[in-house]
Design a protein around this ligand. Sequence first.
Ligand code: SOE
Length: 374
Amino acid sequence: MTLEVGVLGYRFMGKAHANAMARLPMFFPDAPDVERAVLVGRDEDALSDAADRLGFDSIATDWTDVVDDVDVFYNLGPNHVHAEPSIGALDAGTPVFCEKPLAPTLEDAEAMAQAARDAGDDVPAGCAFNYRFVPAIRYAKRLLDDGELGEIRHVRGRYLQDWLVDPEAPWSWRNDEELAGSGALGDLGAHTVDLLRFLVCDDDLAGEMARVSGHLQTFVDERPVEGEDETRPVTVDDAYSAQVAFENGAMGTLEASRYATGHKNDHTIEIHGSEGSLRFSLERLNELEVLRDGDRGYETILVTDADDPYVDHWWPPGHVLGWEHTFVHENYEFLSAVAEGGEFHPSFEDGLAAQRILAAIEESDERGEWVSPA
Ligand code: SOE
């Protein structure tokens, strides 16, 4: 059986997922056959060019012509186009894989999750939180689930970038509340919240994030529009931080910024339990630092052995993986779930759960007090 895939969006994420689909038959021979059938966008010339480069059979400028005809629909457009086409596809019974954050607003995320529920369990709806598919993160999850860290006390997650440090860096949709929903909070914080939910909330190690106290900040209020003699307002946060109280008594701190000078894509997770601690950094994604005995300090585990998650599909031990491999892994899992009618996580329900935390962080900043997610 060959799955015909329709993909909306052909820039950063379009390229990442098209690359992943192209790698599947080479490295994951048990993955379903996939045809990159149709690429969807608005600008016909740019679309044709991208379709040639990314290996698509055809193009379409209207998603409504596509969602019914394909076996799977990928929504990789900017946040403000996540809801309508995804809901349209699910209403047509077509499985959807949508980029993160699930939506710009909690309201949209709720409507998307409802559409996924209505479509039923055999129509997977996935939210593309790719960092769940880093082998070292899967390894960490195994340690946590085996109880090797004991009771979870502290959880720390920060995601630092610096592409907006320059006040002349051009305005983009990512700086606009209508188009993006929020700034560093939704773009980067969504990843951190999802990863921590996966690691310590999902199997009830720390319980859900029960209360949050958030702080959002915008450092530069307007930015130049590229190629034009005008500026546009920045209507989202450039950075956020939050304290989190988990149901089971653990404490958390979260942070993200696009103004962390010198940090390009620095996503770091730290977890301390009664029996041990672990540290992960996306900048060293083949490693996991684990401390099992308080007196001995951290040991660095290279997560590149054949029996480590996903590694046997790639290269011999020590031949490291990178960021793009996380997309191959999530595409493998999602498309396999579609072919087999199985369950896929992170789902739209997971995307909604993350969105509830993000909305609570924003609300807490506005109200100046702790907020419990809806
Ligand atoms: C840009 O800030 C960005 O590309 C995010 O949108 C991604 O989700 C993240 O993985 C890297 O940074």
